[in-house]
Design a protein around this ligand. Structure first.
Ligand code: SF4
Length: 348
């Protein structure tokens, strides 16, 4: 694994991004932003699963004004996602946005960007230049690859922000196509000092979207590229947060919450291992201690993995041996697997 690219440190609300800071997990609400209570509820749930920064869509003036009340009801930094109308950026800054996301494909005129910078700079609010392959600026050169067009769109807006003496910048270059996304980030990583927000856009429903995101984001993180990430899924935002941490944990970049080891189960297994693993995963989901739990189907690999975890179970015929910190602490019947295993988890 390559050493992490050192980027410029910026701060969104209370959260540091870039430099040597931990890689930050973000997600986006799926509620109508004008529904203040519903949006606050969703943000709180995302925060419970470890979301560190949340982005909200601001499609109109009412949504921009709602930000004020949403900010009062939540404790994690909020980024306002702005398209087309620079005045919405100004309104969300007034309402207390901690960060802005602008799309150079639909807000690029210097006078509008200058107005946003004049409002963002004294408030210490960073701007993400969020390039999306699906909404490239009209000026993009169709003769070069999409990855290069995305990079050029970002560089153009970076130059514009720098010319306005603004450097609290974060950049994302998202495409649905994984190799295009990887290429775009690789190209820009060598050209700019700013932190990079990773993601594969429109990656689909969770089953395929998690895989696409894990491959795209995982390759980049392995190459030392990336300071923050969002897994974009057509689904519940807490699933995005869970997937983001699983990607980071897989590369040993963050520790958060339990890690579950479970065997695939096969013809040797004589219990309902899949049902047990699902129930254990559900019960562990909201815990934030980095505990390792093994759920194993038989004596082939079961005792080895269960012994190596903080808590584990190695199942046999209708019975299972429960391990804690490498020792067998109990042998229980199948009907008691879940409760006893969770009891041992709670002791840790
Ligand atoms: Fe099959 Fe046992 Fe391996 Fe699980 S641990 S996959 S049940 S051999």
């Amino acid at each position: 694994m390559k050493q992490r690219r050192i980027s410029k440190l910026i701060r969104i609300g209370t959260v540091n991004i870039g430099g040597n800071s931990p890689i930050v997990v973000q997600s986006m609400t799926k509620t109508d932003t004008r529904d203040v209570a519903g949006t606050i509820r969703q943000i709180q749930e995302m925060a419970e699963y470890g979301c560190e920064i949340v982005r909200i869509a601001v499609p109109d003036k009412e949504a921009a004004q709602a930000l004020l009340s949403i900010k009062r009801g939540t404790h994690i930094p909020i980024i306002a996602d702005i398209h087309f109308d620079y005045r919405l950026a100004l309104a969300t800054l007034e309402a207390g946005a901690d960060g802005l996301r602008l799309n150079p494909g639909n807000i690029s005129e210097k006078k509008y960007i200058a107005a946003i910078v004049r409002a963002a700079k004294p408030r210490g609010v960073p701007i993400r230049i969020g390039v999306n392959a699906g909404s490239l600026p009209r000026s993009a050169n169709p003769k070069v690859s999409i990855a290069k067009q995305m990079v050029e769109a970002a560089l153009e807006q970076i130059r514009l922000l720098e010319s306005l003496d603004f450097d609290q910048i974060k950049v994302s270059l998202k495409a649905f196509d994984v190799p295009t996304t990887i290429k775009a980030y690789q190209l820009i990583a060598e050209k700019i000092p700013y932190p990079l927000h990773l993601g594969i856009t429109e990656s689909g429903l969770p089953r395929a979207g998690v895989i696409r995101s894990a491959i795209g984001i995982g390759v980049l993180l392995y190459q030392g590229i990336g300071d923050t990430l969002r897994v974009s899924l057509t689904g519940d935002p807490k699933e995005e947060v869970i997937a983001a941490y699983e990607i980071l944990k897989s590369l040993n970049l963050r520790e958060r919450g339990p890690t579950m080891v479970s065997c695939p189960a096969c013809g040797r297994c004589e219990v309902d291992l899949i049902g047990l693993a699902r129930s254990v995963e559900e019960r562990l989901a909201k815990m934030d201690s980095p505990i390792k739990v093994a759920v194993m189907g038989c004596v082939v690999n079961g005792p080895g993995e269960a012994r190596g975890a903080d808590v584990g179970i190695a199942c046999g015929k209708g019975r299972g041996a429960i391990f804690r910190k490498g020792e067998v602490v109990r042998t229980v019947e199948e009907k008691d697997f879940l409760e006893v295993l969770m009891e041992e988890v709670s002791k840790i």
